[in-house]
Ligand binder design. Structure first.
Ligand SMILES: *Cc1c(COP(=O)(O)O)cnc(C)c1O
Length: 495
């Protein structure tokens, strides 16, 4: 069966999976969604014996139906290899009564690697399938982790260029160093004077600019997106929820068909949406717990049905979640509106013009699969410290948001189901925040001394990604104002 995709803002037109991957965003500004979410056609008994790569094939082949078996398997093999420092790719660690699904064993030690190590291969395969001759220019706005993961994925991939925009003062030291030291002739990194939402809006505006697209085409370029709005990122993220459930079953932590909860530290709503898709495919997930930091626009939305981005933007110690416009939420809005593109478009227009929208009572009733909570900066610190002191396990700030919210959710609701926490970054990536949560005394140390201390207390070897930036040369120094992104892109491409 051939699964087609349509835009969340247009009910008429359909495209193939490879076309959707190539375009990133639909022409009407909507996001591509599968016409229906397929049911898993492999049973858990079979899945629990599968490797990560085999699970990836079993899930992805149901979404990317216009890829041949050979094409898809080749993408998977190239993506999930020794770039990951563990054969399991996504190991489950039991600590403090929860199951931590470690999604940070890839090249850049954050969960973005799970999808961004395969996206370049999906994209170049899609280009071949659709006879694209232009060079593909990946434009990416990043709150810190996507940027490096995309750079690492696309560096020196033939037929592609990549330009990454990050908020100058909105990322961690390690995150910034990782990006500005990126090698590869086809890579560019730009610090913008603004926050992540400015960067993301700027990139969206470039994508929606039809005149610019024509100019680019004449120069032999076309834009595509590596942001989590690309369906080629969303689908690979479904895989690890299927894999985690199957592994819990294999390890006899759960019985057949036993329901579990999943808690996801959320920013752009991509990761948790993938968990929701996994549930729709038939994975026995009870609640999807959406965990926010102090930028709790999603928590408020789930409470009230009102999405309101008109509020102060707070810089927290979990910067990859410092987001007020969660792009992927549009895919959920579309689903709970009964796949009504017109209704969805009205709400998204209101968001763009007024920064706020309210969903109907009927739509809100369709949100029962979700629970939501948020963690304050104090709670994040306390969670890191408590879990370390009681178990020796060190988690990063984003994962701590989820751990804090997950624990509170289980207590308040007397919910005793087994619970998986999406562990989205290595503590090494946010060493200063993590270490000072455990003890303030570490704050006087330099970054790499902190890292050495972290190795001592956690007994987890310093990852390669950290060793690499220790002495790497800074090669990207470009900066620009948030309203000059288009000019900057043209400058970089000589158009
Ligand atoms: C991107 C990111 C998140 C948020 O994920 P979304 O899919 O944007 O909701 C959480 N934690 C880390 C470490 C991230 O890099």
């Amino acid at each position: 069966m051939n699964l087609l995709y349509k835009s969340t803002r247009n009910a008429e037109k359909t495209v193939t999976a490879s076309e959707a991957i190539l375009k990133g965003l639909a022409d009407d500004g909507g996001l591509f969604v599968p016409v229906t979410i397929p049911k898993l056609n492999v049973d858990m008994g079979t899945l629990k014996e599968m490797s990560y790569q085999e699970t990836a094939y079993a899930v992805m082949k149901q979404f990317f139906t216009d890829f041949t078996e050979e094409e898809l398997k080749s993408c998977i093999t190239k993506a999930y290899d020794s770039k990951f420092d563990t054969e399991e790719i996504a190991p489950l660690v039991k600590a403090d009564g929860m199951y931590y699904l470690e999604l940070f064993h890839g090249a850049t030690i954050a969960f973005k690697d799970m999808a961004l190590s395969i996206l370049p291969h999906l994209l170049t395969t899609s280009a071949k399938k659709n006879n694209v001759k232009n060079e593909i220019v990946i434009l990416t706005a990043t709150s810190g982790d996507t940027g490096k993961a995309a750079l690492a994925g696309f560096a020196d991939v033939k037929g592609t260029r990549i330009i990454v925009f990050y908020p100058k003062d909105g990322v961690s030291k390690v995150q910034e160093l990782q990006m500005v030291t990126q090698k590869g002739d086809n890579t560019s990194v730009v610090a913008i004077h603004g926050n992540f939402d400015n960067a993301q809006s700027g990139v969206k505006a470039i994508f929606e600019n039809k005149e610019l697209a024509k100019e680019m085409d004449a120069a032999g370029y076309q834009f595509s997106s590596a942001n989590s709005i690309n369906i080629g990122r969303l689908v690979p993220q479904i895989v690890y929820y299927v894999y985690a459930y199957a592994k819990l079953l294999k390890n006899e932590e759960i019985a057949e068909r036993e329901q579990i909860n999943v808690v996801v530290p959320t920013g752009n709503f991509g990761n948790i949406l993938a968990a929701y898709y996994a549930k729709q495919m038939g994975v026995p997930i009870a609640k999807l717990v959406c965990a926010s930091n102090e930028n709790k626009v999603l928590f408020d939305f789930f409470q009230t049905g009102v999405y309101d981005k008109n509020r102060e933007f707070i810089l927290t110690t979990s910067p990859s979640m410092d987001i007020l416009i969660s792009s992927n939420l549009e895919r959920l809005i579309y689903l709970i509106a009964g796949q009504d593109a017109v209704k969805n478009q009205d709400l998204m227009r209101a968001l763009k013009s007024q920064g706020v929208y309210e969903i109907s009572k009927e739509m809100k009733e369709n949100l029962d699969d979700f629970a939501a909570g948020y963690a304050t900066e104090d709670q994040v610190k306390k969670t890191i410290s408590e879990i370390y002191k009681s178990t020796g396990y060190v988690i990063d700030t984003h994962t701590a948001v989820a751990a804090s919210v997950g624990k509170a959710y289980l207590e308040e609701n007397k919910d005793e189901r087994k619970t998986v926490i999406a562990s989205t970054a290595s503590p090494y990536k946010f060493a200063r925040s993590v270490m000072t949560s455990i003890d303030e005394k570490y704050d006087t140390l330099e970054e790499f001394d902190l890292i050495a201390e972290l190795e001592k207390i956690s007994c987890v070897k310093i990852p390669k990604a950290i060793e690499e930036i220790r002495d790497a040369k800074i090669v990207h120094t470009r900066e620009c104002d948030a309203d000059k992104m288009e000019e900057t892109v043209k400058e970089i491409l000589n158009v």
